[in-house]
Design a protein around this ligand. Structure first.
Ligand SMILES: C[S@@+](CC[C@H](N)C(=O)[O-])C[C@H]1O[C@@H](n2cnc3c(N)ncnc32)[C@H](O)[C@@H]1O
Length: 217
């Protein structure tokens, strides 16, 4: 009986980033998406407080810990726990509260990262919609834990909901940049957004009672 030829997974093919990650002791090649962005835009500084959403297996966290040094603090969230020393919340991001992140950090965050992606099914629209759900959760958490002036770096699967998401981002951040680092595979629909200059929205004030109004309750 003849076997159907197996389609090769283009995402698992080792390339120069895979080799470099191995040589430099990083857990994944995706670290180079973050290092390139940091080199171009200067995201990290010593002493910062950073949240890493979707942190497993841990290459972004490894890099961030080097950059923020011993005065910095990092909290990672994922369904799986990285095999690295650190502060990890091992649960779905859907079950993590802003309060929990604030407590784990001990102070407002300077940077929130999200490299989260669901298990893909290979149907671009479905994968896009599911990934955008995670992106929106990441944005909600970021807006609740970031210090004014903070930054948000997030992976996005391209698709029709992206313009609405970008409008949402612009409500909260002074500057947003679309970034596609070299380490993103050519055939991938992913890109990143670096949003900086976080400006929390002022709390909505109770409307003042109109002058001379009478409460008839
Ligand atoms: C591309 S990997 C992240 C790689 C990581 N940035 C690194 O450099 O090692 C995407 C991660 O998103 C995580 N993820 C997917 N859905 C999640 C959810 N609901 N809550 C938390 N993490 C989730 C996956 O478990 C996976 O580890």
């Amino acid at each position: 009986m003849s076997r159907k030829p197996q389609r090769k997974n283009p995402y698992s093919k080792p390339d120069r980033f895979t080799r470099a990650a191995k040589e430099e002791g990083y857990k994944a090649r995706s670290v180079f998406k973050l290092t390139e962005t940091d080199k171009r835009f200067g995201v990290f500084r010593p002493g910062q407080a950073v949240v890493d959403l979707g942190c497993f297996p841990g290459s972004w966290s490894q890099y961030v810990l080097q950059r923020i040094g011993s005065r910095g603090t990092l909290v990672g969230v994922d369904l799986e726990r990285p095999q690295l020393p650190g502060t990890w919340i091992t649960r779905s991001v859907l079950e993590v509260t802003p309060e929990e992140l604030r407590q784990a950090l001990g102070r407002p965050a300077d940077v929130v990262l999200s490299d989260m992606a669901p298990r893909t099914v290979g149907v671009p629209f479905t994968d896009h919609v599911r990934q955008l759900e995670l992106v929106r959760v990441a944005l909600h958490l970021a807006t609740q834990v970031l210090a004014p002036g903070g930054a948000f770096f997030v992976k996005v699967f391209d698709g029709e909901e992206v313009p609405a998401f970008q409008d949402e981002l612009r409500r909260w951040f002074g500057k947003t940049r679309r970034v596609r680092p070299e380490a993103v595979r050519q055939q991938s629909r992913e890109f990143f957004v670096l949003a900086t200059e976080f400006a929390p929205l002022p709390p909505v004030a109770d409307p003042a009672p109109a002058e001379g109004s009478v409460d008839d309750a």
